[in-house]
Design a protein around this ligand. Structure first.
Ligand code: GLU
Length: 448
């Protein structure tokens, strides 16, 4: 029989050949494979059932044409997708991303990570992801509505409240979910359980908008406390200014931290006295504006074009909440020079493999995205529970459940680190624990 190292290597090489152009997907697999060898060593049935080769291949992918009329009555065409990655733990669950960079590689990496993230929540959900290469930037409300309607006209064939339940991701918030749901309902009748992240009036859940950001802080605070630290009195930099970043910033501030910088895709604002989060929220959520507006209104703040991870100043905690690969090895080195001792991820795969290596060499406290940002999808599942019960829970009730789930995820990671003698290698703890959960569920269901 092959050794576990040879087995991992052979599966990776095969995949690299088959999907050679899928850079982000291969990166997600590589990061995962770098850590799971001890789990395979202890569980020989993984090799017996050739589980790795099964787990890296999505169950199916739909890709389709999305034609729509712009405001000038021109026909525009985008490419839409849904990746149904793994249903071993339950129905496919995962968001939809509308962004010009969306392609099969990005959605496969996201679907792969979603599968393991979802298993960490302890709730019965498999992994999926979808979206389109549509750029919502600069589009009118009616264009966004027509795009969502056309996208759902095709997507509705593949989803259902018991099979595949999409939600939001980058470029897809409550407004888009409302339009998507309206179209689903026109075609199939009312099944509010088919999408999560819905507006409250359409049977959405309270606290879903806040959940990913809040969950990130609950998880990170738990990790900090396990290491004799806390958010209290810390200087924090957060990238992004969407839902995840805004509510992470609010909760971090509530926990006694000062958020000194946030960013958008063009640049960042810095204020050593702390960002005015109510103004930020108003600019982003109400005006749908840019951060340059914030700098104009707050004289003490400075606006700088470029990545916030190039900022050279002393601070303590970095929370990347923008997008994949936003921190490369040079930026990771800058963080470490700045004195950052903790990086915890609100975005999916925001750190490159080289950046993670640097965090580990320098003993940083690291919250990998699969665990640290699982609060969003966990709360989506609480929304499914409410829809199934035809009931609404209070904000506090949802928030209490969310916090319990995040604390429990960290506990599972810690226990796995003890069991496998991993020290503070939380990345290996996250990957091994979630891998073994999904693997066991797959093995117990047999091979077709
Ligand atoms: N897009 C989010 C994620 O990356 C949430 C998915 C969901 O709520 O289903 O986990």
């Amino acid at each position: 029989m092959m050794s576990s190292i040879e087995y991992i290597e052979s599966v990776y090489q095969k995949l690299e050949k088959r999907d050679s152009h899928q850079k982000e997907f291969l990166q997600a697999i590589k990061e995962f494979f770098n850590t799971i060898q001890p789990a395979i060593e202890k569980n020989p049935e993984i090799i017996k059932w050739n589980l790795l080769e099964q787990i890296v291949e999505p169950e199916r992918i739909f890709s389709f044409r999305v034609p729509w009329l712009d405001d000038q009555q021109n026909v525009q065409v985008n490419k839409g997708f849904r990746v149904q990655f793994n249903s071993a733990m339950g129905p496919y669950k995962g968001g939809l991303r509308f962004h010009p960079t969306v392609n099969e590689s990005i959605l496969k990496f996201l679907g792969f990570e979603q599968t393991f993230k979802n298993s960490l929540t302890g709730l019965p959900i498999g992994g999926g992801k979808g979206g389109a290469d549509f750029d919502p930037k600069g589009k009118s409300e009616t264009e966004i509505m027509r795009f969502c309607q056309s996208y759902m006209t095709e997507l509705q064939k593949y989803i259902g409240p018991a099979t595949d339940i999409p939600a939001g991701d980058i470029g897809v918030g409550k407004r888009e979910i409302g339009y998507l749901y309206g179209q689903y309902k026109r075609l199939n009748g009312a099944h509010s359980g088919v999408l999560t992240g819905k507006p409250i009036l359409l049977n959405g859940s309270l606290a879903r908008t806040e959940a990913t950001g809040y969950g990130l802080i609950y998880y990170t605070e738990e990790m900090l406390q396990a290491n004799g630290k806390s958010f209290q009195g810390q200087q924090v930099v957060i990238s992004g200014s969407g839902n995840v970043a805004i509510y992470a910033a609010m909760k971090a501030q509530e926990y006694g931290a000062t958020v000194v910088a946030v960013s958008d895709s063009n640049g960042y604002i810095y204020d050593s006295n702390g960002i005015d989060l109510l103004l930020l929220k108003e600019i982003k959520e109400v005006r749908r504006g840019r951060l340059t507006e914030y700098a104009k209104e707050k004289e003490l703040s400075t606006y700088q074009e470029g990545s916030v991870w190039d900022l050279e100043t002393a601070y303590d905690i970095a929370l990347p909440c923008a997008t994949q690969n936003e921190i490369d090895r040079y930026q990771a080195a800058t963080l470490i020079k700045n004195g950052v001792y903790c990086v915890s991820e609100g975005a999916n795969m925001p750190s490159s493999i080289e950046a993670i290596e640097l965090y580990q060499e320098n003993n940083l406290l690291y919250g990998p995205s699969k665990a640290a940002n699982a609060g969003g999808v966990a709360t989506s599942t609480l929304e499914m529970a409410q829809n199934a019960q035809h009931s609404h829970w209070s904000f506090e009730q949802v928030d209490v459940e969310l916090k319990k789930i995040m604390i429990n995820i960290f506990k599972q990671v810690e226990d796995t680190c003890v069991e496998y003698d991993l020290g503070r290698n939380y990345l290996a703890g996250v990957n091994i624990h979630s891998f073994l959960t999904v693997a066991e569920a797959m093995i117990s269901q047999g091979v077709v």
